[in-house]
Design a protein around this ligand. Sequence first.
Ligand code: WQD
Length: 334
Amino acid sequence: MNILVTGGAGYIGSHTCVELLQAGHKVIIADNFSNSKSQVLQAIEAITGKKPVFYQIDVADYKALKQLFCENDIDGAIHFAGYKAVGESVQKPLSYYQNNFCTALTLAQVMQEEGVFRLVFSSSATVYGIDNPIPYKEEYPTGAVNPYGRTKVMIEQMLTDLAASDRRWSIALLRYFNPIGAHPSGLLGEDPNGIPNNLLPYIAKVAAGQLPHLNVFGDDYDTRDGTGVRDYLHVVDLAEGHLAAMDYMMEHNGVEAVNLGTGQGSSVIEVLHAFEQACGKQLPYQIAPRRPGDIGEYYAHPGKAERLFGWKAKRSLQQMCADSWRYTCRQNNL
Ligand code: WQD
C-alpha cells in the first residue's frame, strides 16, 4: 500500500517508516523538519535500501498537502506531525493548539476530499489525565491537564465525530505510553535538540559524559522505590504496532482508541540501573524536587491491542537501553 507518514522524519515516525518499507509498502513522508533532521531520511534509506518519497511541507498547509495527494495515490495515512513537549506546551499554548490541531484538521479535510478514509493517529497516554485508576483502559474518560495533552484529546474527539458522520472512515487512535530505545542498527534513535526533557535521552547524555548527573524528580512517590513509574516500550515495538493498526483499519470501519504499552511499569531508578548495565558504567544521580505536573505511576492495560491487532510489545527494558546506548555511541563517536 501507499502510506502517507506525516512527521515521518521524527523519532517514532522514522522508525515506523523503516518497518513500513521493510514490509513492502511505499512510503510518502511529509515533514517540515521543525523537530527533526534531514539526515534521518538517509538513515531510513541506509537501513532499508529504499528511498521514501519526501515532501518538505507543513501539513497544515492545505495547498501543499492537496498537491501531495494529487501527485501520489495514497491508500492510508499515519499522522505523527505535531509538537510533543508537555512543559513547552504550558509556555506556548497557542502554538500547540494551532500546530497540533490545524495539522490534524487539514489532513482530515484533504483525506475526505480525496476519498482516503484510513487513518492512524499518534495519540498519547497523556489523554488519561491524573484521575483514572491504573492500569489505564481505553474506555476510561479522557481529560488532560496540560495544553499538549488537551490537543490530543481535542483531535481524538474531532476524529471520533468524523467517523460518526461518515461510515467510510476507519480511524485508529493509538495512545502511546513511554516510547524509548533506538533501531538496533544504531542508525536511528531519539536525538532531541538541547537538554532533553525526557528520562531516557537525559540518561544517555549522562552516560556519554555530556551531562554531569541525572536529576531524579522526587523519591517520595507511593511507588516501590519512591521514584516515578512509567510504562516504557521499545520504539520498534511501537512502530510494529502502527503496521498492525493499519492492517486492521484496512479491514474494519469506525474509530478505535487503543493503548500501545507493555502493561509493565519501571521506576526511574530501575531504568537508570538498566542503562548502567547497557553502558557498563555507574551513572551519577541526585534526588531533586518533584517536577510540576508529574504523577507517581501509570502504565497501560495492553489487552485491547492484542485482541484487535494481535500486537504485543516484546522487547525488554534491557534491550531498549542497549539499543539506545548503541545509537548514542554512534552519534557521538564513542
Ligand atoms: C518519565 C519519568 C519523571 C526526566 C512524557 C509526556 C508524554 C509522552 C512521554 C508524548 C517521570 C522522571 C524525567 C528527568 C526524572 N510524550 N524524570 N528526571 O513525563 O512520563 O511522559 O513523555 O507523548 O506525553 O508527558 O516522560 O521521560 O519526561 O519522565 O526523574 O530528567 O522520569 O519524573 O517519572 P513522562 P519523562
